[in-house]
Design a protein around this ligand. Structure first.
Ligand SMILES: *Cc1c(COP(=O)(O)O)cnc(C)c1O
Ligand SMILES: [Zn+2]
Length: 387
């Protein structure tokens, strides 16, 4: 509502509010800026008590102008689960799981797509398209159906069946691509102009981040306006990380939290760890991954366009990157399931495996508050759990 302008995350170039955008002219992602002083007049901590249990409770710091364009299937306001049994097992009393698998279409992609499609609706778009490794496609299909838009999905041929069936049932046109997600992205890029599609690829569209940032607002609200010491986040394109970091800054500017930040942990799979490797090598861009592979399809993003932002966040937060094997991440999901009753996505399972490494290394201390962002549900990944 209170958008003043958009600006480039790399060159700082400014753009007018209330318009659709893809990347900056320099080729890097755009971010949304708000008049937070005005937002904070009505968006008060007290006012939140009586608001809707969806991400739209933070509407003053979201870009949609007209309330009628707020598409909703119940996204956001997911439980912050106190993981008592895992806490006891690892002697880590303040361990929490933010369970994003509860979202519509069973992943946190619903947050980003709710915003991107709402903005597209507000600005008159009739057709949307996106490449996806899985969950983004389902979420886009759902919100496009709600908005009455045509939806074109491009997924790698070997994407688990549940994702493909889901999109088809939600009315999308699904295209299987012989390649990886960046190949899918290239096809969308090549065809979009001729077909009249609006491209909602990760970070190539500025409003998905605004939806994902609500994870940061919710976390603070659910923790009574404190933040944890450590956040573990399964990182593909990294929208959630960029979004949460942005939310922390906005909340500080509104006087809701202080300047203390969690140490952010980028968790990736051994078969596709461009950010973890870049962090270890002290680079400011992701390393090339020629043969990206992992059953955690959300982590199979060999080239993230916001890589430099993710590496900057790791540095600023005194964070770290950790990669884990597919075997360990599936075992992690089983362990979360059997102990906490949450059927986590393999991406979520990766966090437990990473947490164990960081506990062993002494990087996480036993008295610290730790939050694992289980970004999706395991139900769409049955193949990964079969053997
Ligand atoms: C997409 C996805 C991720 C990665 O999210 P990014 O914001 O692209 O880093 C992680 N987990 C699941 C389940 C996903 O669907
Ligand atoms: Zn720029």
């Amino acid at each position: 509502m209170n958008v003043t302008h958009l600006f480039c995350s790399a060159c700082g170039e400014k753009y007018e509010p209330n318009k659709l955008y893809n990347l900056c002219v320099c080729g890097k992602p755009l971010l949304v800026a708000y008049d937070l002083e005005t937002a904070a007049k009505t968006l008060t901590k007290e006012s939140l008590a009586s608001r809707t249990a969806t991400l739209w409770r933070y509407e003053e710091v979201l870009p949609v102008v007209n309330k009628q364009n707020q598409l909703s299937l119940g996204e956001g306001w997911t439980p912050l689960h106190k993981a008592e049994k895992l806490a006891a097992k690892y002697d880590l009393p303040n361990l929490y799981i933010k369970d994003e698998g509860i979202n519509p279409t069973q992943s946190f992609k619903a947050r980003g797509m709710a915003l991107a499609v709402s903005m597209a609706k507000e600005l008159g778009i009739k057709k949307v398209a996106a490449p996806s490794a899985g969950n983004a496609a389902g979420a886009l299909s759902a919100y496009a159906a709600l908005a009455g838009m045509e939806c074109h999905i491009f997924v790698p041929q070997d994407t688990p069946k549940a994702f493909i069936v889901e999109c088809e049932v939600l009315g999308a046109s699904v295209n299987l691509v012989d390649g990886l997600i960046h190949d899918c992205g290239r096809i969308v890029g090549e065809r979009k102009e001729k077909e009249g599609w609006f491209d909602v690829s990760t970070l190539k569209e500025p409003y998905r981040i605004e939806g994902k940032k609500t994870m940061g607002y919710e976390l603070a609200e659910q923790m009574n306006w404190t933040l944890p010491d450590v956040i573990l986040y399964p990182t593909g394109g990294g929208t959630g990380l960029v979004g949460m970091w942005k939310a922390f800054d906005e909340m500080e500017q509104m006087g809701w939290i202080d300047s203390k930040r969690p140490r952010m942990v980028v968790v990736q799979a051994d078969g596709c760890a461009p950010i973890v490797k870049a962090f270890e090598q002290n680079l400011n861009h992701g390393v090339d991954i020629p043969d990206a592979h992992t059953v955690a399809s959300g982590l199979r993003v060999p080239k993230a366009i916001g890589d430099f932002i993710l590496l900057d966040i790791l540095q600023k937060s005194n964070g770290i990157g950790v990669s884990v094997s597919d075997e360990d991440l599936v075992a992690g999901a089983r362990e979360i399931g059997a102990n906490e009753g949450i059927f986590a996505a393999p991406e979520g399972g990766a966090l437990l495996a990473a947490m164990k490494k960081l506990l062993n290394d002494g990087w996480i201390k036993q008295d610290e508050t730790v939050v694992l962002f289980n970004t999706g549900s395991g139900v769409k990944y049955l193949e990964a759990f079969e053997n």
